[in-house]
Design a protein around this ligand. Structure first.
Ligand SMILES: NC(=O)C1=CN([C@@H]2O[C@H](COP(=O)(O)OP(=O)(O)OC[C@H]3O[C@@H](n4cnc5c(N)ncnc54)[C@H](O)[C@@H]3O)[C@@H](O)[C@H]2O)C=CC1
Ligand SMILES: O=C(O)C1=N[C@H](C(=O)O)C[C@H](O)C1
Length: 246
């Protein structure tokens, strides 16, 4: 199928281009810097409407302001839309929700299948240990813009759902700060070229349960995103997540 990869020159977009090309898909790229990538033409943003005419699906790993801007054009073109971009918390997802009224939109903060499994394990652990203290730590490369990660927010939401309450998300601690029972500590590390690590710690009753996912390569995200795009083609308009495609 013809895939348009928006963010094609990025750390993850480049892996998606390689993964999709390796599966035999016809790939074109869109990015702010219109370089070619190993025989794949990359076009500037303003070319997106033209490229959508022949597209079977769009995969977008850019920045929130870009994904929000692209959503309308993709919806108008009637093309299924896979969104991996994170950091929408401030800007909001309204443009994507609006698009999902006319096209299938599949958004996931993490396209690694192991993270989907982690989210299920988190729910089971939290339900089994309702009175334990919970702390979350995420670690990413030193170029990551948003904090905490989209995956961290998804894990926090899974904890709240399992606890059937909203814990107070305490982002770091300093000074005189004893832990309240209602807190969940959220800790963010940015260093080197770490692809993405998430650790949930549950402690109480003289024991500690640690649940950890570590991406060893961005190829894991690329494989999941292309799987999602292949699954999304032909689906009815609506809002989907990666779990629907597994
Ligand atoms: N859902 C998932 O599985 C994953 C999500 N991500 C998310 O994907 C996003 C991109 O991450 P990276 O690949 O590290 O980013 P990057 O900074 O390496 O690449 C960003 C890409 O977006 C393009 N871009 C930047 N600003 C733009 C604009 N205003 N308009 C159009 N294109 C623009 C750049 O040209 C580049 O191609 C982030 O939000 C990150 O959190 C990253 C990995 C996995
Ligand atoms: O920016 C990244 O690299 C990643 N971002 C996603 C997130 O914000 O959760 C997914 C993955 O952890 C890599």
């Amino acid at each position: 199928m013809r895939l348009v990869v928006v963010g094609a020159t990025g750390r993850t977009g480049g892996e998606i281009v390689a993964e999709a090309g390796g599966r035999g898909h016809d790939v074109v790229g869109v990015a702010t810097s219109s370089d070619s990538i190993e025989d794949v033409r990359v076009y500037p943003n303003e070319k997106l409407p033209e490229l959508l005419v022949e597209a079977d699906a769009v995969i977008d790993f850019t920045v929130p302001e870009a994904s929000r801007a692209h959503a309308e054009a993709v919806a108008e073109a009637g093309v299924p839309y896979v969104v991996g971009t994170t950091g929408f918390e401030e800007a909001g997802l309204d443009a994507l929700w609006d698009a999902s009224e006319t096209i299938p939109v599949l958004k996931a903060s993490n396209f690694a299948r192991g993270v989907q499994a982690l989210l299920e394990v988190v729910a089971a652990g939290v339900e089994a240990l309702p009175e334990y203290d919970i702390e979350l730590t995420e670690t990413h490369h030193n170029g990551k813009r948003d904090a905490p990660s989209g995956t961290a927010n998804a894990i926090l939401d899974a904890v709240d759902e399992a606890r059937e309450t909203e814990l107070d998300r305490t982002h770091g601690r300093e000074g005189d700060h004893p832990r309240e029972d209602s807190e969940i500590g959220v800790h963010v590390r940015r260093a080197g070229n770490v692809r993405g690590e998430h650790e949930l710690l549950l402690a109480g009753n003289d024991e500690v349960l640690t649940l950890t996912h570590r991406a060893e390569s961005r190829r894991v995200f690329a494989a999941g995103a292309v799987d999602a795009a292949e699954w999304l083609v032909g689906k009815a308009p609506g809002w989907y997540d990666f779990g629907d495609a597994l």
